[in-house]
Design a protein. Structure first.
Ligand code: BJW
Ligand code: ZN
Length: 243
């Protein structure tokens, strides 16, 4: 297998998805056939779903908080930490995962594109999002101390805008002109959710090299120069040549 060469002339953007956490025991998003307890995921991961049934949405996220609290990073997460230690500011990790496992593993230059399971914000006022591990009792909706409105998970749901600061950080890394060559590697993601699915084309537009590591073929596999099929916890630890 051709190695991914990470030398002093390379900058690396990594995009991860649910597949990277699968070997830690976190269920993937579409691995549930797009269903949670027979509800379509859009019904529990969308602003419309929250308006219609906020206590159902809190049960979904409370269950996931409980499930993700004790999980541990796997060798795929650890490989990304080593790559970052080697590359320093020539490394950026954009993750769609909300489970916090990259930070737990020791990654530092992380963009949480879709938010964080262990953060809460107010649906009704502009207070700052705050760290929160609470698992709420079934059937309840927590209230905001500031305005009395409804709290919600600090997650980017379908139809919501990603934080423009996060998109700018990724865009600036892609367009950086410091004499290095850009390499993009996506791992464990179905390539079905935008704007993450379009990063590969942004990278190609500046002539970057593109790699996909995934268990199955993704929706955008043909957009990548290299496709390594396998589990990220097995592939990532041996894929890169640090030079
Ligand atoms: C392994 C493995 C192992 C397993 N090793 N691999 C352009 C075109 C069409 C639609 C749109 C568009 N632009 C925007 C949209 C609308 C929408 C969208 O993309 N819809 C699509 C479904 C078509 N996007 C949005 O709404 C985004 N907002 C936005 O763009 O705002 C502006 C706008 C709005 C509306 C219209 C136009 C513009 C927001 C997206 C937010 C996504 N949020 C979610 C849920 C919340 C988080 C949560 O609760 O967890 O985030 S959706 C869900 O999908 C979750 C994930 O982060 C995300 C990506 O999933 P991921 O990571 O790819 O997981 P899976 O399960 O799908 O795949 C796992 C893969 O791993 C599989 O391929 C396995 O084979 C593999 N695998 N084990 C390696 N061990
Ligand atoms: Zn409030």
């Amino acid at each position: 297998m051709e190695p991914l060469v990470l030398d002093s002339r390379t900058r690396l953007l990594v995009l991860t998805g649910a597949g990277v956490s699968a070997e830690s025991g976190v269920p993937t998003f579409r691995g549930m056939n797009g269903l949670w307890e027979n509800h379509p995921v859009e019904a529990v991961a969308s602003p419309q779903g929250f308006e219609a049934n906020p206590s159902l949405v809190w049960r979904f996220y409370s269950q996931r908080r409980a499930g993700a609290a004790d999980v541990k990073p796997n060798p795929g997460h650890d490989a990304l930490v080593r790559w970052e230690q080697h590359l320093g500011d020539r490394f950026l990790l954009a993750t769609q995962n909300v489970d916090g496992l990259h930070t737990k593993a020791g990654s530092q230059r992380v963009v949480d594109m879709h938010g964080n399971l262990f953060r809460t914000k107010c649906a009704d006022c502009a207070r700052e999002p705050f760290a929160d591990t609470t698992v709420h009792p079934s059937g309840t909706v927590p209230k905001c101390d500031s305005c009395g409105g409804r709290l919600r998970p600090d997650i980017v749901w379908f139809g919501e805008m990603l934080d423009p600061k996060d998109l700018a950080r990724i865009g600036e890394f892609i367009s950086r002109q410091d004499g290095t060559r850009l390499v993009f590697l996506a791992a464990g993601t179905s390539g079905a959710v935008w704007p993450a699915a379009g990063i590969v084309d942004e990278v190609r537009s500046v002539r970057g090299d593109t790699w996909l590591v995934n268990y199955e073929s993704a929706a955008n596999t043909e957009r990548f120069h290299h496709f390594v099929q396998g589990q990220s916890g097995q592939v990532l630890p041996t894929l890169a040549k640090l030079a």
